[in-house]
Design a protein around this ligand. Structure first.
Ligand code: SF4
Length: 346
């Protein structure tokens, strides 16, 4: 058994938001690990809690409402949840960096690209002006920006969406962080540019051994670059495994629905499949399994009791009664038996 310490470890994390009434729990009991150089996809629909999870890791939960109400986050074995803002600021941009969906909101429209890239180098390094410029040109070349000597004098609005996202990636990579968090980094881009940006993230991951946490609603993106994946639904991880196993043997009905909704899968099957309904609001979570209102396999038990998380071997876990029942080999009610058979053969 490996005793190597993971780069990132999230243990039993709850994230809540203060409201006029009781705090509202948005993320519940989330645990995952990420090794150095590994890429994890956190996948789910809007409202699943994936972005809140990434903000908790960055120490950027909206203040004063958002807070970690249980559990802990460790980076390189050091507990970072609960650190003072001053200490978190030192980590951000140095050890952990983040890129967001819409770079225009993260880049300052009144400063040139060169000024914006120079600022973190001034703050975190002792490089001279000339050395900073050389470093900036070098990183712009690395992320595939043509004419970097001219681009450093231009403003964000003069660049295309794909170029701006490359600038954001170069900003995030300036200090060579150990962990890069990318929140829907390609959603606002057209398909060709999406592929280029994913390829860029993959190259950085391989060349610099940077760990990547990729937040996405798109399983196609996960299939492209991730080693493992956590499928989130209504604030919880419902399935967790390596990417190959997820696509070969998805166990949770929600994961199966997400995979069936992928465009390529639909082309092959000649049908358009999507999961009916929406992720419930945190104030309106159904009793029992939170997916029960949308699940075609839901049984009586699903509406009453939350399913346990069970291991299916090979670091594959799933939270679903179908598989808990299958493993325990208890005598089944007729409805349960039919659902288990159907789920396993479909
Ligand atoms: Fe569907 Fe029940 Fe499994 Fe939830 S526990 S995903 S409702 S079968």
């Amino acid at each position: 058994m490996s005793t190597k310490q993971p780069l990132l470890e999230i243990r039993n994390l709850d994230v809540s938001f203060r409201t006029q009434n009781d705090p509202l729990r948005i993320v519940h009991g989330l645990s995952l690990t990420l090794e150095q150089g590994e890429t994890i996809g956190i996948v789910g629909e809007s409202g699943s809690g994936k972005s809140v999870t990434s903000l908790a890791v960055m120490g950027l939960l909206p203040q004063p409402t958002g807070f970690i109400s249980n559990g802990e986050i460790l980076l390189d074995g050091r507990k970072i949840s609960g650190l003072k803002e001053k200490e978190m600021r030192k980590l951000r941009g140095n050890e952990i960096s983040m890129i967001f969906q819409e770079p225009m909101t993260s880049l300052n429209p009144v400063f040139t690209i060169g000024d914006q890239l120079s600022e973190p180098l001034k703050q975190h390094t002792k490089l001279s002006k000339k050395e900073r410029k050389a470093r900036i040109i070098e990183i712009l070349k690395t992320v595939g920006i043509p004419r970097p000597e001219q681009i450093i004098h231009e403003y964000p609005h003069q660049l295309s969406g794909g170029m701006r996202q490359r600038i954001m990636i170069s900003l995030a990579m300036l200090a060579e962080p150990k962990l890069l968090i990318a929140d829907e980094p390609t959603t606002a881009l057209d398909v060709t540019i999406q592929a280029q940006i994913l390829d860029l993230i993959r190259r950085i991951n391989k060349k610099k051994n940077t760990s990547v946490m990729l937040i996405t609603h798109d399983l196609g993106v996960v299939a492209e670059i991730c080693d493992k994946v956590a499928v989130m639904y209504a604030g919880e991880i419902v399935e967790y495994t390596d990417v190959r196993t997820l696509f070969d043997k998805p166990l949770h009905p929600y994961t199966q629905g997400l995979i069936a909704s992928m465009p390529n899968m639909n082309e092959r099957k000649g049908e358009l499949h999507s999961i009916p309904g929406n992720v419930p609001r945190p104030t309106e979570l159904p009793t029992g399994c939170h997916f029960s209102t949308r699940c075609t396999f839901a049984m009586d038990r699903c509406h009453k009791e939350a399913p346990p998380t069970i291991s299916s071997g090979n670091n594959h876990t799933v939270s679903c009664w179908l598989h808990a029942i299958e493993q325990k080999e208890e005598p089944l009610e007729m409805e349960e038996e039919n659902n288990v058979r159907h789920a396993i053969t479909s």
